[in-house]
Write a protein that binds this ligand. Structure first.
Ligand code: ADP
Ligand code: ADP
Length: 225
């Protein structure tokens, strides 16, 4: 699914401009990475795409449709947060199944989808466990499972690996690349880790103080930083 961000700005209620004149066209099935130091506006931009944050000015189109209003119709967008946001009292199975249960999908279909996702993410053996009994890496997989089970056309990830240790981060990077190939979705991925950006992104958006500095492929950024 295509994303078009035209002159998008975000001014928070306290008057602070977190994002200024952000322009970007994302093609279907691209893996876009927003990179830049803490506070440069990456999360704010992602949350505007997700419909979790009002856009102060500019225009957001998802698949050609204007989606400026957070209340405008459901967008086919799933987001994975840095802190995972799992339901602590529910099993892994129910965490992944939750959205489908709300939508009252048939049990057999839910079961099939939960198990398929669990296989992809290597968490099949954890389906009965509660989040608090899992490691950080396992929780991260569950959070991703809950998002990808919806088969979103747009998949947003906000520093999904930042709470993991270095070894696990490298392992999960490979997993995310696999998921990308399998999902065939458009991905927007936020990180402050340059290596992560360079290995995962088809294009990288370098941000600084709310403004885009550069947009390019990893190859070209590497040779002309
Ligand atoms: P990043 O994801 O790149 O770390 P953010 O998008 O989270 O950056 O934040 C960009 C800037 O906006 C930061 O300076 C942050 O302090 C500020 N900011 C974030 N949320 C709010 C808010 N609700 N009100 C005011 N300022 C905010
Ligand atoms: P309910 O909505 O009645 O609480 P559950 O979500 O517990 O139902 O279970 C629905 C179906 O999902 C069950 O028939 C079972 O096949 C499957 N299921 C539930 N938990 C697990 C699990 N941990 N591992 C494998 N399958 C499970």
């Amino acid at each position: 699914m295509k994303l078009q961000l035209k002159n998008i700005s975000k001014v928070y209620e306290n008057g602070f401009t977190a994002v200024k004149d952000f322009n970007l066209n994302v093609e279907d099935k691209e893996f876009i990475v927003f990179v830049g130091p803490s506070g440069c506006g990456k999360t704010t931009t992602l949350r505007m795409i997700a419909g979790l944050e009002e856009i102060s000015s500019g225009e957001l189109k998802i698949d050609g449709e204007i989606m400026n209003n957070v209340l405008s119709k459901n967008r086919d967008v799933a987001m994975v947060f840095q802190n995972y946001a799992l339901y602590p009292h529910m099993s892994v199975y129910d965490n992944i199944a939750f959205g489908m249960k709300i939508r009252k999908l048939p049990k057999a279909e839910i079961d099939c989808k939960v198990k398929e996702v669990a296989n992809i993410l290597n968490i099949y053996d954890l389906l009965d466990r509660k989040p608090k009994t899992l490691s950080g890496g396992q929780r991260q997989r569950v959070a991703m499972g809950r998002a990808i089970v919806r088969e979103p056309k747009v998949f947003l990830m906000d520093e999904p690996l930042s709470n993991l240790d270095a070894k696990l981060r490298i392992q999960m990077r490979t997993e995310i690349a696999k998921i990308y190939h399998r999902l065939q979705a458009t991905i927007v991925y936020v990180t402050h880790d340059q290596t992560e950006a360079m290995t995962l992104g088809t294009r990288i958006v370098v941000m600084k103080e709310g403004v885009i500095q550069q947009v390019d492929t990893p190859q070209r950024l590497y040779h002309h930083p």
